[in-house]
Design a protein around this ligand. Structure first.
Ligand code: AMP
Ligand code: ZN
Length: 552
């Protein structure tokens, strides 16, 4: 039987085995769990590469025996890594395993900064945030790259219309994007390469393609990709089942769907480009990159720099990017490197308004700042989006947003109640409910990021947990710990409202006046003060340790 590996006085940790110690260090098991008779620590076992938990001989890492000496019992604790994701490349839900665990490389196509991003764009960025956060929760070490498209047909047109240089026009929208990202609690990517700052990598990529004979200069002076020279073109969007009209050419970044003509890698500089400063010298002629080329060049450059590889583990975006954008990214990258470009392709469905895609073009859009200015809690937007699977279209309505807001409030109240519960015992009904929730939560997200199911489990916990709290159940601290962990993924607790010093002083004075009234049995005055506080959004609660207040 293994001996205790370490003891620590504060908090009391009984680390029962080497294995448990290692799990605690890696954040896969809390010290409380390790001390409290844990049963279902998640042991991440990679099929190749490092193994997090030492498996006993012969078990191939599926089972790990850990012993809780405090109880003299032993548990078989095991859960193999089971995250599965829908891969657009294969049209199947497949077990996910990165190339070099525990590292995961993730590239997500970022915003085109010609204007403010709308919440349709942010539905895609939020789905990517869920993916990123759940990978981290699952023990992976994620490197996330998101580009900023600051030169393309749209940005050039918008800058010209505003009478500005490209950089001058896009800079405020880049700033606005970061502000909106922070408002929506989206975890920042590790790098945000900008197209205009990555032109040398784009020029090198075009040269590589020219050398390999898969690119050619058209009579218009632009450089095109020769689809006929890349036999697997169309694999992602399944173009092979449709009629291919190769040979014709298209220069626009957004050519019509289903139109698989040779696409422009490098567009010869036009006077309109020169006017806004969107032209660069290159050995094959002065011009500017095509949008598809930008993403290939930036992703390859960054993934090579960070992780010395030319293959991404994951590449994601909205469904409208499958064709032509991602198809063209694959063609350019693989034709240049001779290696698979990305192993998993994930695509999020649209945010719609009455059945139509939210889009600047249709004028049916709302920006993140519109919501922020209306006082909408970002947690409500997140919960609203999580309640529909990322591969299903979601119709945006004010009613659905308000309902999500109410859900967030209920969750916040439950969380606050847990904070007032018992002082840290691992046992009790609440701990059991939370452990069941955690298992459901993981099973749901492991299943192609099924966030609606994870949210259903969350609100079941709120419902049953409230009843358990009413019945004075124990285990609140353990339950709060489980919720904290789940919130590192969903992040849907209400944004804490803060009072300025003046308001805080007033609240304290009113609470003191109410206490005085209650002591002298003037309950009418006490009720009046409670109503006065409520009128300014202050909710109070009398507890054995005094009156507590919060802003609602
Ligand atoms: P853009 O700024 O136009 O390059 O788009 C940024 C991201 O938003 C891309 O991944 C698009 O697929 C995505 N997107 C655009 N419109 C919507 C929408 N209505 N719902 C969800 N995602 C969208
Ligand atoms: Zn892209």
């Amino acid at each position: 039987m293994p001996a205790p590996a370490s003891r620590s006085a504060d908090p009391p940790i009984l680390v029962v085995t080497d294995v448990a110690a290692r799990l605690v260090r890696r954040g896969l098991l809390t010290p409380a769990d390790a001390a409290g008779g844990w049963r279902s620590a998640r042991v991440i076992v990679f099929r190749s590469g490092p193994v997090v938990c030492d498996p006993p001989p012969g078990t191939r890492g599926i089972e790990t025996r850990c012993v809780d000496l405090s109880r003299g019992r032993s548990y078989v604790s095991a859960a193999p890594m089971t995250l599965a994701l829908y891969n657009t490349l294969t049209r199947r839900v497949e077990p996910f395993a990165p190339l070099a665990p525990p590292r995961v490389t993730l590239y997500t196509c970022g915003p085109t900064v010609w204007n403010y991003a709308h919440i349709g764009n942010f539905r895609t960025f939020l789905f990517e945030d869920l993916l990123r956060r759940y990978l981290v929760y699952s023990g992976y070490d994620v490197f996330h790259i998101m580009n900023l498209t600051d030169v393309d047909d749209r940005t050039i047109k918008a800058a010209a219309a505003a009478g500005k240089r490209l950089e001058e026009h896009t800079a405020p929208f880049v700033e606005a994007f970061f502000e909106d990202r922070d408002y929506l609690r989206i975890t920042p990517a590790h790098v945000y390469p900008r197209a205009t700052q990555s032109v040398p990598a784009m020029v090198r990529l075009v040269e590589r393609l020219l050398e390999r004979g898969v690119a050619y200069k058209g009579e218009d002076g632009s450089i095109y990709f020769a689809i006929a020279k890349f036999p697997t073109y169309g694999r992602l969007s399944r173009l092979d089942t449709r009629e291919l009209k190769v040979g014709a050419r298209v220069a626009s970044d957004e050519y019509a769907k289903d139109d698989p003509r040779d696409f422009a890698l490098w567009k010869k500089a036009e006077p309109a480009d020169e006017q806004v400063g969107a032209a660069w010298d290159a050995p094959f002629g002065r011009g500017r990159p095509g949008w598809h080329l930008e993403c290939s060049a930036m992703s390859l450059e960054q993934v090579e720099k960070c992780c010395r590889t030319e293959t991404l583990d994951l590449h994601a975006g909205g469904v409208d990017l499958i064709f032509p954008h991602h198809e063209d990214e694959i063609a350019q990258s693989e034709a240049a490197t001779g290696k698979p470009f990305a192993r998993f392709w994930l695509h999020g469905e649209f945010l719609n308004v009455r059945g139509t895609k939210m889009s600047k073009r249709f004028g049916n859009f709302l920006t993140a700042r519109d919501l922020r200015d209306q006082g909408v809690d970002a947690a409500a937007v997140r919960l609203l989006f999580w309640q529909t699977h990322y591969r299903k279209a979601l119709d945006f309505t004010d009613e659905a947003l308000a309902a999500a807001g109410a859900g967030v409030k209920r969750l916040g109240e439950f969380y606050a109640r847990l904070g007032e519960g018992d002082g840290g015992k691992g046992d009790g009904d609440l701990a059991t409910l939370a452990a069941r929730f955690e298992a459901d939560f993981r099973a749901a997200l492991d299943d192609d990021l099924n966030a609606p199911r994870a949210c259903a489990a969350l609100f079941q916990l709120v419902h049953e947990g409230n009843a358990a709290l009413d019945a004075k159940a124990r285990g609140a601290a353990a339950a709060r710990g489980v919720l904290d962990r789940a919130m590192t993924v969903l992040d849907v607790l209400p944004t804490a409202k803060t009072a300025d010093t003046e308001l805080e002083g007033w609240i304290r004075e009113r609470i003191a006046a109410r206490d005085k009234a209650r002591k002298s049995k003037d309950f009418r005055e006490a009720d009046r003060i409670r109503a006065e506080l409520a009128g300014r959004g202050v909710e109070i609660e009398d507890t054995p340790s005094g009156t507590k207040w919060r802003l609602v």
